[in-house]
Design a protein around this ligand. Structure first.
Ligand code: ADP
Ligand code: MG
Length: 643
């Protein structure tokens, strides 16, 4: 179908991004070339992958390359690939919209960093604005493309000012050509139509790209004797050389992972990481392994310093690329590492792999399974061996992802548990490992105590912890929703049970049998008043200074879990909880006194509701009738002050 030329509007987010890019991103402008080359390289990868099952896609040739064509006079630069190309719909979808999740977060971070001290280039790197970065150097961009196997091409053009045009074209080579009309060179700035400059940029940023990046360069070649002018004695005269044009491959295409560790500089490791991840921050650390024998492979894996914006979204890709003898097989290879290591980026090259392996059968491949087991072990060793400071910064970024493994990977649960870090009531500033927690346990302490909720401060002051604090038992303060799943799967550590400070029996001695009898009447009364809301009223073993708190049975879901489920729109059972009262508290004693004097006293019902509301407020919950609460408190305060 022939699509006539039409003018369209950029998606709002894209236009915002373009405005930021055009107006404020001036350092590191040269990276636009890396982005375009990387897209070209991706496009060739995609075509090669698709051609495994549809060889006819390669009918226009299988000699892959990326060409760079500068034109100094016209101030133009064109980047051409013979990869998979794009259909009309592809162009509409890919160029002109950002489909990525995390876009809103990214825009926010960008605006914030702009307000603070100018756009931080790492941000762009982390998000990977890719194609749009070309507007840093170009006033106008014309993209011409034809999808492999398609008859017609597409022409897209924009000056980045809110609209673009798109139309079908009849003649276009397979792949994509991106023509940049370069901005004028400013004093002291690089000229992106200059061959020497371009060669340097490719060397720095794209040397590892696996396809030749070719540029036609002019050089002086000697003129063969036969073709030269001669004098009357037959001696050659005049020009001895002439200008010739020849293709030069600018990148070495060297597979860094296949080289010897000792020959690779830190700078090269870092460059390869940037090439692979598009993350401008240097990686936190890397792991370079070569294994020979039955399971032969080499791998170069990186742990990023910062989490990408889309880490927690379903669109997030696993960061490992699979190669076979340096030939790219696939990216986003989920089978090589478990989900909880999905933040690891890098390359795995397995020479014995079947080149036509598909994603579907990869999972059953014995070699792949062995490599995976091996890599997982190595990553655990790497993390366990990190210095505590480095580890802490890693954990702050990726701890959340790691924790998922506790639930999903029973085999490695112990190793994962070693990697957990939590704030505790004894260590509010610095999170500690479970090992440290256990080492510091009191001799008479039998369990590891924890409490879950969304605010560290609220948890640290929770009434549930009063008796534990009194005994000097530290409590792990868990503020990540995933922690609810952690404690569900991790029931013990180093032989010590994990126990909720909120639900179940604390197994600490703090109530006396007498109070049960003394308060039996009052508790039954309160239970009757609150029968729709609580399942039991009892003397508390948890409380010391507060009057009341809510608890549950060991099998009940915690208040935090209930909140998480409801917040995520899931059906959460509303669990009736236990109202615990502190029989050592003078107010409770006073209420009991009133009850014994006159069990019909109308104030008793108000007090019952007050005790429940106070328990809810103490754990940061919402009470049903704040006005009534406030009134009762007001009356009581009034009485106390006038007495
Ligand atoms: P990313 O590469 O992170 O997806 P980009 O902004 O760099 O983001 O590119 C957006 C999309 O446009 C790519 O995912 C791809 O689908 C398409 N695209 C860009 N350049 C090319 C190209 N040279 N050949 C084919 N498709 C391309
Ligand atoms: Mg890209």
């Amino acid at each position: 179908m022939q699509n006539k030329k039409e003018t369209r509007q950029f998606q709002t987010e894209v236009q915002q991004l373009l405005n930021l890019i055009i107006n404020s991103l001036y350092s590191h402008r040269e990276i636009f070339l890396r982005e375009l080359i990387s897209n070209a390289s991706d496009a060739i990868d995609k075509l090669r992958f698709a051609a495994q099952t549809r060889p006819e896609l390669l009918e226009d040739g299988a000699a892959f390359s990326i060409r760079i064509e500068p034109d100094k006079e016209k101030r133009r630069l064109t980047i051409i690939d013979n990869g998979i190309g794009m259909t009309y719909e592809d162009v509409l979808e890919n160029i002109g919209t950002i489909a990525k999740s995390g876009t809103a977060n990214f825009m926010e971070a960008l605006a914030r960093s702009k307000a603070e001290n100018g756009i931080a280039p790492e941000l762009i790197g982390q998000f990977g604005v890719g194609f749009y970065s070309a507007f840093m150097v170009a006033d106008r961009i014309v993209l011409t493309t034809r999808a492999a196997g398609a008859a017609q091409g597409v022409r897209w053009e924009s000056t980045g000012d809110g609209t673009y045009t798109i139309e079908s074209v009849d003649t276009a080579a397979r792949g994509t050509a991106i023509m940049l009309e370069l901005k004028p060179v400013e004093e002291g700035e690089q000229d992106f139509s200059d061959a020497w400059t371009l060669r340097q940029i490719v060397k720095t940023h794209s040397d590892f790209v696996g396809y030749p990046i070719v540029m036609t360069v002019e050089s002086h070649a000697a003129i063969p004797d036969a073709e030269r002018l001669k004098d009357k004695d037959g001696k050659p005269i005049g020009e001895a050389t002439r200008v010739v044009q020849k293709d030069e491959t600018l990148n070495s295409m060297k597979a860094i992972w296949a080289r010897d560790k000792n020959d690779i500089t830190q700078e090269e490791y870092k460059e390869f990481y940037t090439h692979l991840s598009h993350d401008w921050n240097p990686p936190l650390t890397h792991l370079h392994v070569k294994l020979e024998g039955a399971t032969e492979y080499s791998a170069l894996l990186y742990i990023p310093a910062k989490a990408p914006f889309d880490l927690m979204t379903p669109e997030h890709k696993h960061g490992v690329h699979l190669y076979c003898k340096r030939v790219f097989i696939m990216d986003n290879c989920k089978e090589l590492l478990p989900e909880y290591f999905s933040f690891v980026r890098g390359v795995v090259d397995a020479p014995d792999l079947n080149l036509n392996v598909s994603r579907e059968i990869l999972q059953q491949d014995r070699l792949v399974r062995n490599i995976r087991r091996n890599l997982v072990k190595k990553i655990f060793d790497l993390l366990a061996g990190m210095e505590e400071d480095t580890y802490r910064s890693f954990y702050a970024e990726f701890g959340h992802v790691l924790k998922m493994g506790i639930h999903t990977d029973a085999e490695n649960r112990d190793k994962l548990a070693d990697l957990l870090r939590y704030h505790t009531t004894d260590s509010l500033e610095t999170p500690v490992s479970l090992k440290t927690y256990v080492k510091n346990m009191k001799p008479e302490q039998e369990a590891i105590y924890f409490i879950t909720g969304d605010s560290l401060t609220a948890l640290a002051h929770s009434p549930h912890l009063e008796q534990l604090r009194e005994k000097g038992f530290a409590v792990l303060l868990m503020t990540d929703p995933v922690d609810e799943w952690v404690v569900r799967s991790l029931t013990e550590y180093e032989g010590k049970k994990l126990k909720s400070a909120e639900t179940g029996d604390l197994d600490i001695d703090a109530t006396d049998a007498d109070s049960a009898k003394t308060y039996a009447g009052l508790f039954t009364f309160i239970k009757n008043v609150l029968q729709d809301k609580v399942k039991e009223v009892k003397a508390s073993a948890r409380l010391k200074d507060s009057m009341s708190c809510l608890s549950g049975e060991a099998s009940d879901i915690s208040a935090y879990m209930e909140k998480i489920l409801k917040a995520s729109g899931q059906e959460a059972p509303t669990v009736k909880r236990v109202l615990e009262l502190n029989t050592h508290h003078p107010v409770i004693q006073q209420i009991n006194h009133l009850f014994e004097q006159d069990s019909k006293n109308p104030a008793l019902a108000d007090y019952s509701r007050l005790l429940l509301d106070m328990a809810i407020i103490a754990e940061g919950g919402k009470i049903e009738n704040p006005a009534a609460f406030s009134q009762t408190v007001g009356q009581l305060a009034g009485k106390a002050l006038t007495e």
